[in-house]
Write a protein that binds this ligand. Structure first.
Ligand SMILES: *Cc1c(COP(=O)(O)O)cnc(C)c1O
Length: 453
């Protein structure tokens, strides 16, 4: 059960089918463009969408808004250092700002960054620094139906081949994303982290963590990795950070705040350079684009997020939703992670070809039928068509992500999602695809305009 009770509530929109039809037509069948108050259950992202605790609000009231040297910074810094062990902590306004500060300082044009899977902003920041982003996910990740517990791992053999090959010396850093967001929110085992760290040391390449969901990863390690069964998630997280040379963190995930992030570093010379860029582009080194109250709320959130009762409930809630989805006759990317359940839209709607976007069709249907907003992660996100709309490239899988905000929705909201999906699945044959009528050259899924095919 939830290890908390509700003290403050926020009404959600209860809309009619006619209102939803009109809204979806107005936004050209792209739910990203809906107004949030037209959405009943918003599963677009788990980023910055969590509920603050009374303790977080309380420490926020004591935030020190001094321009430099605020006591909020020192409390934040102490907490993050205790958790991660890194020598220098630089606050930033969110994860991608931390990535930009790190990569534009650490990387030189022509270099290579290798990862279990780059998150999309991480990849964008590597490319903006003139470098190439290479993903080496483990082979188990390719099978959506397998229940392997650590499908977020990096492929160690491929990594060794890569580091030992002619391009090896160009690898500037290996980034381990925990959990592997771009790879279905799957966790990375401690064995895989240990071996990666050891290999990186052997080749003289630093290893960094993209630690947005470090606590969820640590929890799944205690659940599925025999050697860690009796450990607390906090101690697993501490060990993971200490295998790395540094980290970037989006605090909007596992610090359960609405805005924030940081870079952690052991290399003092690199930290010095990052700090100069931070001051020029984010803010002074003791606030980095955040308010004092944000820094205090991050520190408190980092303490709450590794509590076993919180993580156990989060796992149970995701499992509850996954069970409802399967019972509705919809397959998911197995096993269900903690931060999201990914629907296999390609399998549910086999009559819709990739260039008519089965994932987008399912996500529009979720909104029409149940006022639910989800993100397409299929060929609208990863594909490409020619002028006439014929496919050039399609995604390997047509998925829809139901992201789960932290501490926000209850089991009856999840029942509503299950019932909505059951209605859609019963009439799956009648769901139509979509065609793009207008798109932007990059990141088209955010603003593309579509019409029913
Ligand atoms: C969200 C996320 C980021 C980017 O963080 P923002 O706070 O959204 O800028 C980077 N990496 C991973 C794995 C993420 O999930």
């Amino acid at each position: 059960m939830e290890p908390y009770r509700i003290k403050v509530v926020e009404p959600i929109a209860i809309t009619t089918r006619e209102q939803r039809e009109a809204a979806l037509e107005r936004v050209h069948y792209n739910p990203f463009d809906l107004r949030a108050d037209e959405v009943t259950i918003d599963l677009l992202s788990d980023s910055g969408t969590g509920a603050l605790s009374a303790a977080q609000l309380s420490v926020g009231m004591d935030g020190d808004e001094s321009y430099a040297g605020s006591r909020s910074f020192y409390r934040f810094e102490e907490t993050v250092k205790e958790l991660t062990g890194f020598a220098r902590i630089l606050p930033a306004h969110q994860g991608r700002a931390a990535e930009r500060i790190l990569f534009s300082t650490l990387l030189q044009a022509g270099g290579i960054v290798v990862s279990n899977t780059h998150f999309d902003t991480t990849r964008a920041n590597v490319m903006l620094a003139g470098c190439q982003a290479v993903d080496l996910p483990c082979p188990e990740a390719k099978n959506l139906d397998s229940h392997e517990p650590f499908k977020g791992n990096i492929d160690l053999e491929a990594l060794e081949r890569y580091l030992g090959a002619t391009d090896g010396p160009k690898v500037a850093v290996v980034v381990m994303t925990i959990t592997n967001n771009g790879g279905g929110g799957q966790p990375v085992s401690m064995e895989n982290l240990h071996k990666t760290s050891e290999m990186c040391r052997r080749y003289g390449v630093p290893m960094f963590l993209d630690a947005a969901r470090f606590a969820e990863n640590a929890w799944l390690v205690t659940r599925h990795e025999a050697a860690y069964r009796d450990r607390t998630p906090r101690s697993v997280a501490e060990e993971a950070f200490r295998l790395a040379d540094g980290c970037v963190m989006s605090a909007k995930k596992d610090a359960i705040v609405h805005m924030g992030g940081f870079v952690g570093l052991n290399d003092l010379e690199l930290a010095e350079k990052c700090e100069q860029l931070l001051i020029a582009t984010e803010g002074f080194a003791t606030y980095g684009g955040l308010a004092g109250r944000d820094l205090d709320m991050i520190a408190q959130g980092l303490r709450e997020v590794t509590e076993p009762a919180y993580l156990a409930e989060r796992e149970d809630a995701a499992r509850y939703l996954a069970d409802r989805v399967r019972a509705a006759g919809v397959d998911i990317l197995e096993p269900a992670g903690l931060h999201a359940v990914y629907l296999n839209a390609g399998r549910l709607l086999p009559h819709i070809p990739a260039h008519e976007f089965p994932g987008q069709a399912l996500s529009c249907q979720l909104y029409l039928e149940g006022g639910i907003r989800a993100a397409e992660l299929g060929s609208l996100y990863l594909g490409e068509e020619d002028e006439a709309g014929n496919p050039i490239k399609s995604a390997p899988y047509e998925l829809v992500r139901l992201a789960l905000p932290r501490r926000v929705y209850t089991r009856s909201h999840y029942d509503h999602i299950g019932e909505t999906l059951a209605r859609i699945a019963k009439n799956a044959d009648s769901v139509r695809g979509y065609r793009i009528v207008e798109q932007s050259p990059i990141l088209r899924h955010f603003r593309a305009k579509l019409q029913p095919a």
